[in-house]
Design a protein around this ligand. Structure first.
Ligand code: AMP
Ligand code: ZN
Length: 464
């Protein structure tokens, strides 16, 4: 039974889909005004892992990922400059050109990272009418009011506000920044629709004059259109819990009077060198920048797989380098199984498969599942192990069928007598006979080979 952690209930729950076998899922996508960075991609890898684990469990999927090409403001609230407009001013391109360019790069990066595209990609600009209809309906139900600059959601009409993040409205009022919009009834009221100044580049006709949608309404309108209400899973990064997702819940539940999402799943943040990523610190990396430094998108994916999605992941280039080495070792070990002709007992295979399923179904414990794979690869070389590793790769998405290859350092050419010494040393260590183990190690070194002991086992290569 698959268990997942639900932000709404703050517990790990058994996953029970609404429809027998078909899971409906919505994931917040990119605002395409600039390159997505490695932090964003950690969250999209997380989305991909949820989808792959569901598929491994036999579910069919209907997934929606939105592309925010309308632009939204620099801050999650209703203030700050429109991101798309800012980019188009700086790059001297139309917002459409900006959105098309960065959307294209985004999909190329997804492909490099082996992130499968969800079934439905929903562009915000294709759904303006649905958003207007949604806001009109909220207005008719008495949840929205008009000010001189837009239509706002009145959160005092929605008593459940704050249940996802545990935010208390009174605290929020007390901590509110200086109120920028004195016409708002409550500080946390948020824009459903903004009236556009004539010079605002992206604007559409609406019952309230020319304007553009609020960011939160995009996700509510598009999820309602494609997935209905309620649907099974909504995913995104943890930064979206307190405003964006709280506001989505308020809109959805005000409109339909029903719970809209059964499981809210949130991925923790990626930090860089222990801190926040920010333009001013110059530590926002793109996938191409990692490639320029000699790393592949798969190295980055592997790095992400090694941390549980609910734990912060601190990105450093040293960490990425060791992920790369570890992944190459995995591929080399796998290659030996691929090329072996032996068989493995079904019981042994079943045991690994059981451990793997237990790990992925325990709230996506992918690091543990990788551990199962590494242990399995230490078994006697056999084609059966190779096949089972490829089966596991349906979840990992590491393209193991293509990347299984001999180790670059010519490990294939290590003579048998040296390998016999390596095994003898391992046996001595296991028997806690460290003196013998050390003597054997010296013998190996004298013969011109280097040993490195790692979590995944001992590796040997010819010294330079
Ligand atoms: P945005 O384009 O800012 O809406 O972000 C796209 C996705 O990336 C959202 O799901 C965010 O929660 C997520 N995200 C943004 N920054 C980070 C980060 N440093 N680490 C992980 N996820 C992030
Ligand atoms: Zn969203």
């Amino acid at each position: 039974m698959l268990k997942i952690y639900n932000t709404l209930t703050r517990t790990k729950e058994d996953f029970k889909p609404i429809r027998d076998n078909h899971v409906y899922m919505y994931s917040c996508g990119p605002t395409v005004y600039s390159y997505a960075h490695i932090g964003n991609f950690r969250t999209y890898i997380f989305m991909d892992l949820i989808r792959r684990v569901l598929k491994y469990n036999g579910y069919k999927l209907k997934g929606v990922l939105n592309i925010t090409d309308v632009g939204h403001l620099m801050r999650d609230g209703d203030d700050g400059e429109d991101k798309m407009v800012k980019a188009s001013r700086e790059e001297r391109k139309t917002p459409l050109e900006i959105a098309d360019f960065y959307t294209k790069v985004f999909f190329e990066d997804l492909q490099k990272l082996n992130i499968k595209k969800p079934e439905i990609i929903a562009k915000a600009t294709d759904h303006i009418q649905e958003m207007i209809d949604y806001v009109k309906a909220l207005e008719e139900k008495g949840y929205a009011y008009e000010t001189s600059d837009g239509i706002y959601f009145d959160i005092s009409k929605f008593p459940g506000y704050g249940k996802l993040s545990g935010i208390n409205l009174e605290d929020q009022k007390a901590g509110a920044r200086v109120e920028v919009n004195s016409e708002k009834r409550n500080p946390a009221d948020f824009a459903l629709w903004k009236k556009a100044e004539p010079e605002h580049i992206m604007q559409w006709p609406s019952p309230w004059g020319m304007g553009y949608p609020g960011w939160h309404i995009e996700c509510s309108a598009m999820s309602l259109k494609y997935l209905g209400t309620p649907f099974d899973i909504h995913s995104g990064g943890v930064d979206h819990i307190p405003i964006h997702h709280e506001n989505e819940i308020a809109q959805n539940e005000a409109l339909t009077g029903k719970k809209s999402v059964n499981y809210w799943m949130h991925g923790e943040f990626m930090l860089v060198d222990g801190g926040k990523m920010s333009k001013s610190l110059g530590n926002i990396y793109t996938i191409s920048q990692l490639e320029e430094r000699g790393f592949s998108a798969m190295d980055f994916r592997f790095l992400c797989l090694n941390a549980h999605y609910r734990k912060k992941l601190n990105f450093t280039f040293e960490g990425l380098a060791s992920a790369k080495t570890s992944r190459e070792r995995l591929c080399a070990a796998l290659y030996k199984h691929k090329t072996a002709k032996n068989k493995t007992d079904q019981e042994i295979l079943d045991n690994y498969k059981r451990q793997f399923v237990e790990a992925i179904n325990d709230d996506l414990n992918i690091p543990l599942a990788l551990g199962v794979l590494f242990t399995m690869l230490k078994e006697k070389k056999s084609e059966d192990i190779y096949k089972l590793a490829l089966d596991f790769d349906a979840v990992f998405g590491l393209s193991l069928d293509k990347t299984a290859q001999p180790e670059q350092n010519g490990e294939e050419n290590i003579p048998e007598e040296i390998m016999a010494l390596v095994e003898a040393r391992a046996a001595a260590k296991k028997a806690k006979d460290y003196k013998t183990a050390d003597q054997i190690r010296d013998q190996i070194i004298k013969a011109g080979y280097l040993l490195s002991d790692t979590k995944e086992g001992t590796f040997v290569k010819k010294s330079e």
